[in-house]
Every structure is written in C-alpha cells, then in structure tokens.
Design a protein around this ligand. Structure first.
Ligand code: ADP
Ligand code: MG
Length: 487
C-alpha cells in the first residue's frame, strides 16, 4: 500500500541508502515455496557476530531486507553477509538515529548485553525492539535473572540452583557465610559472564581461603601501583591482565555446584499472537564452561539418563518460562533455556539467552525451520510454524586454539589471513565422507575472516569461533520411543 511512510521509505532507499550504508546486498532474492514473495520488512540485528550472521542469512532466504548495526567493523561475521552500519552501542542517541535513518521495521540483538537503555530508546522511537528492554535488564544480572525464573514457576526456588548474592562491600563475609550452607560452590561474576568467564569453583574451605587471599593480593598490587607514578596505561594494562575478580568493583553471586548432572537446552519462540513453539531439547557438553558439542535431538546422544519424561518436562518448563518471563508481559522473542538435569531427573534452569543460541545452530539442519527463521518471523509479527524434527545433528564448536592450529594462522598473522573456505561453513557427513556444503548456503558470500579480538591475543580465554554440523538420519526406534510421548 502506498502510504506517506512507504513513499518516504522508497525515496530513501533509492536516493540515500545506497550511498549511506556500507556493504551491499550480497545476493539475489530467490522465490521458494516457503517464501514465495518479498517481505516488505527490514530486520536489524545489533552486534555483528556469528549468531547475527546466521540470522541475517536466514532473513535473506526468507526475503527480508536485513541490516546489521555493529561496532565491530567490516570484518565482523555479520557485516560480511549483510549491509551494515557502524555504530557505537553506548552512544544511544546516535545509534537510535542510525536505526531510524535506515527505515528499519524490527530490531533484535544477537546477545543479551545490549544496553537496556538502548533497547528502551529504540522502542520509544516507535521501532519494534524484541525482546523488550526489561528482559535485557533482568538477564544482565545473574541474580535478577534467576529471581525472574523463580517467578515463572510460582516462586518455586527449586527451579534454579541454590544461590546467594555477594555484596561488594561485604564480599568475604558473604561468601564464607554462603559456603557454610552451600558447597561445593561456584563463584560467578553477576554481570558480563560468557563462555564460563568470571567463574571460580570452590570445592573446599582451602580453595576458598586461597581464592580470597589471591583476590586481596591482586587488589593490593593494584593499590600499590596506583599509589606510585604508574601511568593510566599501566593501570589499564594491569586491570586487563588481572586473574581474579575485584570484589570492590564487581558484584558476584555464589551458587551450588552441581555434581552428577547433564546439560540440555531448549530453544523456544513466542509470537505476537501468543503462540509458543519450541524445538526439541539439545544435549550439551561443556569444557571449562564453554559449550564444545551439542547433539540434537538430545536423546540421540546415547546418554541413558535421558528419558521421555525428562524431555517432556524440559520442553514444558522452557515454554512456561517463555510465557511468563518479565512479569507476564507477553514478550515477542526467541529464547534459549539452559538446563541442568540432576541424578533424580529433576531439572534446574541454569540461565537463559534471549536470542539465538549456540546450541541452536543444529536447527538449521535438524528441523524444517531453524531458530533464525523463527526469530525473524516472530519479530515481524508473523505466525510461527511448529518446527519439525527431520535429522540428527552433531555440532562441534571450534575454539580459539583450534583456529590457531590451522597452518598459517597464529596470533600475529591471523588477522591478515583469510581463512580457507573449508573452515568457514557447514559440513555434511554422508556415506563416510565429509562434504563441505558451502555452496548450498554460503556460496553466495565471500569466505570470511574469523575475527580475533585484540585483547584475546594470548588465547587467555578460549572463545567459540566457528562450528561444524554433522548431519545424519534419525534413529527410528528412538524417535518412536521419545516422540510418541512428546508430541
Ligand atoms: P555462561 O554465562 O558463561 O554460559 P553458565 O552459568 O552457563 O555461564 O556456566 C557455563 C557452564 O559452566 C555451564 O554450562 C556448566 O557446564 C558449568 N556450570 C555453571 N554453573 C554450574 C553449577 N552451578 N554447577 C555445575 N556446573 C556449572
Ligand atoms: Mg551458559
């Protein structure tokens, strides 16, 4: 329909956008049975990593226009597959203006640490921002995140692991106090944790004494540095390289360390009309807090502890949370729900990710609709199909050191190196052969850089860099056993 807004948008697109926006449309739209006509909507993704990249790729297959708002520069994964605009996330006014200038219909973020104030300002500018800023506010602090989860289950504290807040002013006291009731434990920074970062296991009283002594020792090193003529740069360098948390500056939580458990996750989406659809649970393996493998569906992992009852309960809990999170506001979103399944089959929700999730990568092949497609449909006010399980997918994440083990890549040269095609894409394992199926989905885009953050040059902290999906047929017996009950 030709409204004034549409006319303005058209003029903008023809006259300004092509000069204004970096990157170019990377492919021609193609009709498909599923998406037979161009969608008159433009979807924006905040942040430029792998999840935004795959969401944008899916968006383009769905015939949406996509744009990425990123502070990570032209080599970031998402900027390679979509037009992009560079913004500074903290510069709320400029960022909102850039989003408005791009005539965006819906905005979402590929990670949960988007400033809640930015999400709020985007909504207040009249642009759909999903999920809403309140969700970001809650999930950015591990304690408010867990408290909100408990609320979803009518105050049932057993829906999460036993935890307690550690106040900055009183950290030693709070931790020792908590340790009396809850042990073994894990100390986690309340904010900005990812890939296991900012976590410390506390198994014994000795561990605790040593850890606290180390924290205080590092603090006193910093104090003596600041009381000398150290430059701001030296102080920054020290702070960057520090091994321990500064209790005076960083808030923590202390929680019960689970033993004898396994991990699963469920991706769920909620549409504007309140429909909730979920994927089958994935079975996740972690090393040092980092997701290294996922198996979709979980029961194909061969872990005999998984029962149809657990699968059914996990889906039900994830869906209930999706419906009720953030005070029953009826959020439009895609959310990954990470869970611990304990020995007795009971389930604790560990944390949630209000965005596509790494363990949801398999959905590109395991189901007839992917997590990215559902996200894009949900945030553009469309009906959500129930994703149908069609294949088993085994996902392997590539961590930093694996990338560095590729011949020719090392900390110093990697940034200039264009990583060979075969490291950048999706593999299929058929009849005993690995087939690189780049042409199927990624062939239209140039092979990309895997971005290396400058502060990670020593691989001090492992990050997930890319992944590999191994696709195979579902076991009919397991399907029968698990599916009859859960559908
Ligand atoms: P992140 O935000 O880094 O993903 P998580 O809380 O998910 O933080 O922790 C990362 C991983 O560390 C989990 O997936 C799990 O393997 C392990 N972990 C975290 N909390 C606990 C716990 N309370 N008990 C046992 N293992 C845990
Ligand atoms: Mg996690």
């Amino acid at each position: 329909m030709l409204t004034l807004k549409n006319l303005q948008k058209l003029i903008y697109q023809i006259c300004i956008q092509s000069f204004d926006m970096k990157g170019s449309p990377y492919h021609d739209f193609e009709e498909s049975d599923r998406y037979p006509k161009k969608q008159e909507k433009k979807i924006a993704y905040l942040w430029g990593g792998q999840l935004a990249q795959l969401a944008a790729v899916a968006g383009q297959k769905q015939w949406f226009d996509t744009v990425v708002f990123t502070a990570e520069g032209e080599n970031c994964p998402a900027a390679q597959v979509s037009p992009f605009v560079e913004i500074v996330y903290k510069d709320t006014q400029d960022a909102v203006q850039a989003i408005m200038d791009s005539w965006v219909d819906a905005v979402t973020a590929e990670w949960e640490n988007v400033p809640a104030s930015l999400a709020k300002a985007i909504s207040e500018a009249g642009i759909d921002m999903f999920p809403n800023w309140r969700v970001y506010n809650l999930v950015q602090h591990r304690a408010t995140e867990k408290e909100a989860i408990i609320n979803c289950f009518n105050g049932d504290k057993d829906s999460v692991v036993n935890f307690t807040r550690v106040n900055r002013q009183n950290a030693d006291h709070d931790i020792y106090r908590a340790f009396e009731d809850i042990w073994p434990g894990i100390l986690k920074t309340a904010r900005d944790g990812y890939d296991g970062k900012g976590q410390q296991k506390i198994n014994t009283k000795d561990d605790l004494d040593t850890y606290i002594a180390n924290v205080r020792e590092e603090q006193s090193q910093l104090e003596s540095l600041t009381s000398t003529w150290a430059t701001t740069q030296d102080i920054m360098k020290f702070k960057k390289g520090r091994e321990y948390v500064d209790f005076d500056e960083v808030e923590c939580i202390y929680e019960e360390q689970q033993k004898d458990f396994y991990e699963i996750s469920v991706m769920v989406a909620r549409s504007s009309n309140g429909d909730i659809v979920s994927f089958d649970p994935a079975y996740n393996k972690h090393e040092k807090g980092i997701l290294t493998e996922s198996i979709m569906p979980a029961w194909e992992s061969g872990d005999e502890r998984i029962t149809p009852e657990v699968i059914e309960k996990a889906k039900a809990m994830a869906e209930q949370l999706t419906e009720k999170y953030a005070w029953d506001e009826g959020i439009i979103w895609l959310v990954g729900v990470e869970m611990f399944v304990l020995k007795d089959g009971s389930i604790k929700i560990n944390e949630i990710a209000p965005r596509p999730h790494n363990s949801g990568h398999p959905t590109e092949y395991s189901h007839d609709y992917s997590q990215y497609e559902l996200l894009n449909l949900a945030i553009t006010w469309q009906k959500l199909p129930t994703p149908k399980l069609i294949k088993k997918v085994h996902l392997d994440n590539m961590l930093s050191d694996e990338v560095l083990s590729i011949p020719g890549i090392n900390e110093k040269t990697w940034e200039e190196e264009r990583i060979h095609d075969k490291w950048f894409g999706v593999y299929e394992y058929t009849d005993g052969n690995w087939n690189f199926i780049v042409t199927k989905d990624y062939g239209k885009w140039k092979p990309g850089f895997l971005k290396w953050d400058s502060d990670e040059q020593e691989v001090k902290w492992q990050r997930k860099r890319w992944h590999m999906n191994t696709i195979s047929n579902l076991n009919p017996d397991l399907l029968e056993k698990f599916y009859k009950k859960t559908t």
